[in-house]
Write a protein that binds this ligand. Structure first.
Ligand SMILES: *Cc1c(COP(=O)(O)O)cnc(C)c1O
Length: 495
């Protein structure tokens, strides 16, 4: 089956997967969605005998149908190699009755490595396929982890440049240090005086700015996006859910066809949407448990049918989930709106102009696969502490939000089905919050040095990603206002 891609806000101008990867966002501001949902063409049993790369090929070929087998395998082999510190790539860890799917064994010890280590290869392959000669400029807004993972993925990849905007003061000290020490002549890191949503809006405006696009085009550049709206991010994320299920099958944790729950700490709605897509292509999934922190706009949406971004923005200990506009939700809304781009567009217009939209009762029926809840800061810390005290396993703050929400789900429903919890960051990335939660913080010690204490209590060596930045020189110092983002880009490009 040939799959092509259409914008959620247009619906009929179909383009290929490689074109959708190059463009990132559609010209009309919509997100690209596949015109049909493929089905796995290998059995779960067969998949359970394959390694990560082979499962990746079996899943990704279903969506990226204009890539040749050779091209796709080359991308996969370039991405999932010794950059990961385990051959399993995404191992499962059982603790306290749940399976934690560790998605943090890549270069920057957070789950965004799973997609961003392959995206540059998908993108340069897509450029070649489409006869693109311009240099590709990745523009990215980050709430912390995307930025570093994108920088690490694109640094020194020929034919690409990357500009990352992050909210100054809105990311953890370790996250900031990871970004501002980034090497690579094609990288540019800019702090902004504003929050993540403002940074993301600024980036979206640049994508839609015709004059700016023409100007950089004349200088031999074209923009693309590495944000989780790019289908080149979404598709590689489907892989690890299929992989996790088939590992459980292989080890006897589940029987063939048995349904599992998947619980995901959610911000931009990309990771959980990938789990939903995994279900659509045939993975036996019962509930998709959407976990939010105190920025619980998604919980309110699932319980009321109204998405309302007019609310106070909280800075929490899980900053990668401090988001009020979950961009990828648009793909789900498009689906439950019966693939009707007009209906979808009018809802998105309401979101922009009124700050909220409400879906119909019929549309709410389409959300039955999801359960939403949230964890407060106290509940999140309590989960880190109790899991550590009961099992010795140390999880990060984002994963703890998911763990705490999963406990609420079980208490509310009594559902004892096998559950996979997406573990989205290494605890070493959020050392201060983790050590505070466990009651072993030493305020006088710098975050980066506190990792020694964490290593000792968790019995896990300090990951290279942390060791490397301890003494690395700061290479990026630019900080601008929101309305200075455009100039930051043109200056860097010399355009
Ligand atoms: C990005 C991120 C999330 C949220 O994922 P989305 O796909 O944006 O919902 C959760 N945890 C961590 C550590 C992240 O970096």
């Amino acid at each position: 089956m040939e799959i092509s891609y259409v914008s959620t806000r247009n619906g009929h101008e179909a383009i290929t997967a490689s074109q959708a990867i190059l463009k990132g966002l559609a010209d009309d501001g919509g997100l690209f969605v596949p015109t049909a949902m493929p089905r796995l063409d290998k059995s779960l049993q067969e998949l359970s005998g394959m390694d990560y790369r082979e499962v990746a090929y079996q899943v990704m070929k279903l969506f990226l149908t204009d890539f040749t087998e050779e091209e796709l395998r080359h991308c996969i082999d370039s991405a999932y190699d010794s950059k990961f510190d385990t051959a399993e790539i995404a191992p499962l860890h059982e603790a306290d009755g749940a399976y934690y799917l560790e998605l943090f064994h890549g270069k920057t010890i957070a789950f965004k490595d799973m997609a961003l280590s392959i995206l540059p290869h998908l993108m340069t392959t897509a450029a070649k396929k489409n006869g693109v000669t311009n240099e590709i400029v990745i523009l990215t807004a980050t709430s912390g982890d995307t930025g570093k993972a994108a920088l690490a993925g694109f640094a020194d990849v020929p034919g690409t440049r990357i500009v990352v905007f992050y909210p100054k003061g809105g990311v953890s000290p370790i996250q900031e240090r990871q970004m501002v020490t980034q090497t690579g002549a094609n990288t540019c890191v800019v702090g902004i005086r504003g929050n993540f949503d403002q940074a993301q809006t600024g980036v979206k405006q640049m994508f839609g700015d015709k004059a700016l696009n023409e100007r950089i085009g004349k200088a031999g550049f074209q923009f693309s996006s590495a944000n989780s709206i790019n289908i080149g991010r979404l598709v590689p994320q489907i892989v690890y859910y299929v992989y996790a299920y088939t590992r459980l099958l292989k080890t006897g944790g589940i029987t063939d066809g048995e349904a599992v729950n998947i619980c995901v700490p959610t911000g931009n709605f990309g990771n959980i949407l990938a789990a939903f897509y995994a279900k659509q292509i045939g993975l036996p999934v019962k509930k998709l448990i959407c976990a939010s922190n105190e920025n619980k706009v998604l919980f309110d949406f699932f319980t009321t049918g109204t998405y309302d971004r007019k609310r106070e923005f909280h800075l929490t200990s899980s900053p990668s989930m401090d988001i009020l506009i979950s961009s990828n939700l648009e793909r789900l809304i498009y689906r439950i709106a019966g693939y009707d781009p007009e209906k979808l567009s009018s809802l998105m217009k309401d979101l922009t102009e009124k700050g909220e939209y409400e879906i119909t009762p019929a549309m709410r029926e389409g959300l039955k696969d999801f359960y939403g809840n949230f964890a407060t800061e106290e509940e999140t810390a309590a989960k880190i502490r109790s899991l550590y005290e009961d099992t010795g396993y140390v999880i990060d703050t984002h994963t703890a939000v998911a763990g705490a929400v999963y406990d609420k789900y079980v208490a509310e429903t009594g559902d004892k089905e096998t559950t996979i919890i997406a573990s989205t960051a290494s605890p070493f990335k959020f050392t201060r919050s983790v050590m505070k939660a466990i009651g072993k913080d030493r305020p006088e010690v710098a975050d980066i040095d506190l990792t020694d204490d964490l290593s000792a209590i968790a019995g896990v060596p300090i990951p290279p990603a942390i060791r490397e930045i301890k003494d690395a020189p700061v290479r990026h110092t630019t900080v601008v206002d929101i309305d200075g983002m455009r100039d930051a880009v043109t200056n860097f490009l010399g355009a």
